[in-house]
Every structure is written in C-alpha cells, then in structure tokens.
Design a protein around this ligand. Sequence first.
Ligand SMILES: Cc1cc2nc3c(=O)[nH]c(=O)nc-3n(C[C@H](O)[C@H](O)[C@H](O)COP(=O)(O)O)c2cc1C
Length: 194
Amino acid sequence: MPGSRDIPKKVLSATTALYPMPAVLVSCAGDTGGRWKQNLITLAWAGIASSEPPMVSIAVRPSRYSHGLISSTGEFTVNVPSAGMCDAVDLCGNVSGRDHDKFALTGLTPAPAQTIRPPIVAECPVSLECRVRHRFAGGSHDLFVAEIVAVQASESVVDAKGRIDVALVDPLCYGGGVYWRLGERLGTYGHSRK
Ligand SMILES: Cc1cc2nc3c(=O)[nH]c(=O)nc-3n(C[C@H](O)[C@H](O)[C@H](O)COP(=O)(O)O)c2cc1C
C-alpha cells in the first residue's frame, strides 16, 4: 500500500464533507394560534449521539418552521424513509409547513406515536420517538439532542428475533446534493478479526 505521501491530495475549503448521510423525515407538532398543527421536515444533518440511553441529534436552522414546533414541545419523531420515498422526502425539504400541510401534499399518513404527541409517518419502515434532552446553539443550525423513548418498525422489516433488517428498510441516503441508496453488503461487525 502506498504511503500517504504518494496519494496526491487537494486542500479544499472547510465544508460538511461527511458522506453518506441519512435523509430522514422528522415530524413535529405544536399549538399555533390555538390550532394543533403537525409538520414534516426533511433533514440530512441527523445522527446517533449515544447508545445508553439511546439518543439522536438533529441540526435544525432556527428559521425553519419546525424549529419553533420542536422547541415548543421538546418532542419529535425521526422517520427513516425507504429509497422509494425519495420524491416525498425531497418535497418535504423544499416547502415550509408555514404555507403547506405536508401530509396532505405528499399523501403520507400520520399515525399515533406511542409516547409523544407528534405523529410517526406510517409509510416509513422505522420511526424513532424522541424527547429533547439538550439543545446547543451551534453556527447556522441548532443541535437538538434527544432521547429515543420508543421505536416503531413495520412488521415487514423486522426479523424473527425482533431485529430490524437494514436491507429490507432500504434507507434513503444523501450526499453531495444527491440522493442515494445503499449498495453491496461488504461484511458484518468484527468480521476482520475472524
Ligand atoms: C435532502 C435535504 C436535507 C435537508 N437537511 C436539513 C437539515 O439537516 N437541517 C435543516 O435545518 N434543514 C434541512 N433541509 C431543509 C429543510 O428541510 C427545508 O428548509 C424545509 O422546507 C423546512 O421546512 P419547515 O419550514 O416546514 O420546517 C434539508 C432539505 C433537503 C431537501
């Protein structure tokens, strides 16, 4: 294997070059002007923050309509769309809940969460119900770090042992302004030690 000196590199300006990212649908809800409203926002800046307790982080610009809803309740759901839901995911990331009912617009179905008020998205194979525990003002985005308090998964993606089969989820990925789907399965955790 060549040393790093032999691999030509270009120094680029600092940017969020971490690929791939999940493209998720986050649902939120809140009382706006005496009316209970629910909304969907597409996020790619989402990740796991802890396993015990299970926690996720999402980065949301304060200008987003969803930012106000999440701040008001401290609750949201992270819904993992399959690659076939790419059009709906893109739409939810290009219009605002200030002007549109995104469930009506996309035809996606809100279904009750087990533990919190915002709905899950029935068509998404995996949904995480989350309660905000920490909030950090970063730069352009605020980071909400939330405990995953319940998980719902479609029966069609859960195996006999109760584990979620990622291949059946067929999750939608995002990177470089492009939507992707997962490709080949390369190995399992720890396979290099065998
Ligand atoms: C693929 C994709 C990823 C996005 N990721 C984020 C993100 O991580 N954080 C964010 O604040 N906005 C993100 N956006 C933009 C919001 O989804 C978009 O501004 C949306 O219309 C906001 O909706 P709202 O005003 O109803 O909250 C993303 C959009 C797309 C299409």
